[in-house]
Design a protein around this ligand. Structure first.
Ligand SMILES: NC(=O)c1ccc[n+]([C@@H]2O[C@H](COP(=O)([O-])OP(=O)(O)OC[C@H]3O[C@@H](n4cnc5c(N)ncnc54)[C@H](O)[C@@H]3O)[C@@H](O)[C@H]2O)c1
Length: 270
């Protein structure tokens, strides 16, 4: 294959976690147009055409296990999209649930050699290297329950917030890249900046005001499908050497080149 067919998903099974709306929904529809059979897992209803929708709540380990048991076949591409902005469920919805789901897929032999995982981190997850000791302490938790307990034990000390959840994704992807590749599985993340989704609109004062001056100056408005295409490229079979990487573009650039150069407080920015 030398042409555009290298980036197609014919004969592949894509699993989009958190695909009811936003960037997950956009990716689900793009990979289906590219030939994939698509399963969407979400706790919200899926209101567009897909091959299979499985109700699943990342805040509940049993719900994840049941959803994995319902999968009709092994998965070639996992899009880990689910996310919320804050609250007591933050770490389970953003990271702990996704990690458990991936481990469950691997344990059941449902992620064959040649498959790929791609998370959505965020510009808010940049700089994870600066907090590596604490993040590694968290990542050393053996399972869902232990990770949840670690979070509860830090409740109230101000360290658990959206930026931490996204930094954990950055570190996890970088640290697991080699381990997963030994099993033939690639893992990457994209790091979007402000993107026009229901989640961003619900937090519009902060999320959609950040970098607005950059977007006005360049005429760029970021629709979820823009990031979804980047995401679909990450899990396509062609860029098979890419693993443990984070792709940012407008996210990073918006911060660096914003005319006001304003950077919202670390704990809450996207
Ligand atoms: N929109 C932005 O500006 C932006 C920027 C950077 C990163 N992100 C990240 O992108 C990802 C996708 O968010 P989005 O902006 O497309 O918003 P979105 O709200 O449209 O998508 C999030 C999806 O996750 C699902 N979800 C949430 N909690 C869940 C749970 N416990 N179990 C199962 N599904 C659950 C929601 O139902 C929804 O379908 C999130 O991780 C978000 O943090 C968004």
């Amino acid at each position: 294959m030398t042409g555009v067919e290298q980036f197609r998903y014919d004969g592949k099974h894509a699993l989009v976690v958190g695909g009811a709306t936003g960037m997950g929904a956009a990716a689900a529809q793009i990979v289906r147009d590219l030939g994939a059979t698509v399963t969407v897992m979400d706790y919200a209803p899926v209101n567009y055409e897909t091959d299979q929708a499985i109700e699943m709540d990342l805040r509940d380990q049993d719900s994840i296990d049941r959803a994995v048991d319902e999968l009709p076949s092994p998965v070639d591409a996992v899009f880990a999209a689910a996310g919320i902005a804050d609250g007591p469920d933050l770490m389970r919805a953003v990271f702990i649930g996704h990690r458990h789901l991936i481990e469950r897929l691997m344990a059941k032999g449902l992620l064959p050699r040649g498959s790929a995982i791609c998370f959505i981190s965020s510009v808010g997850g940049m700089g994870w290297e600066n907090d590596l000791d604490r993040i590694q302490d968290f990542l050393a938790t053996a399972d869902y329950e232990a990770a949840d307990q670690w979070v509860k034990s830090h409740d109230g000390d101000g360290s658990i917030h959206y930026g931490f959840a996204k930094q954990v994704i950055g570190a996890y992807v970088a640290l697991q890249g080699f381990e997963f590749l030994k099993k033939g599985v690639r893992v990457n993340a994209i790091c979007p900046g402000p993107t026009d989704t229901p989640l961003a609109r619900a937090n519009a004062d902060l999320w959609l005001s950040f970098g607005e001056d950059y977007r006005q100056a360049t005429g760029i408005q970021v629709h979820p499908s823009r990031w979804a295409t980047r995401w679909c490229f990450s899990t396509a079979r062609r860029p098979a050497v890419s693993t443990g990487s984070h792709s940012s573009s407008t996210a990073d650039t918006q911060w660096r080149h914003s005319p006001t150069h304003s950077r919202p407080a670390r704990r809450s920015w996207i």
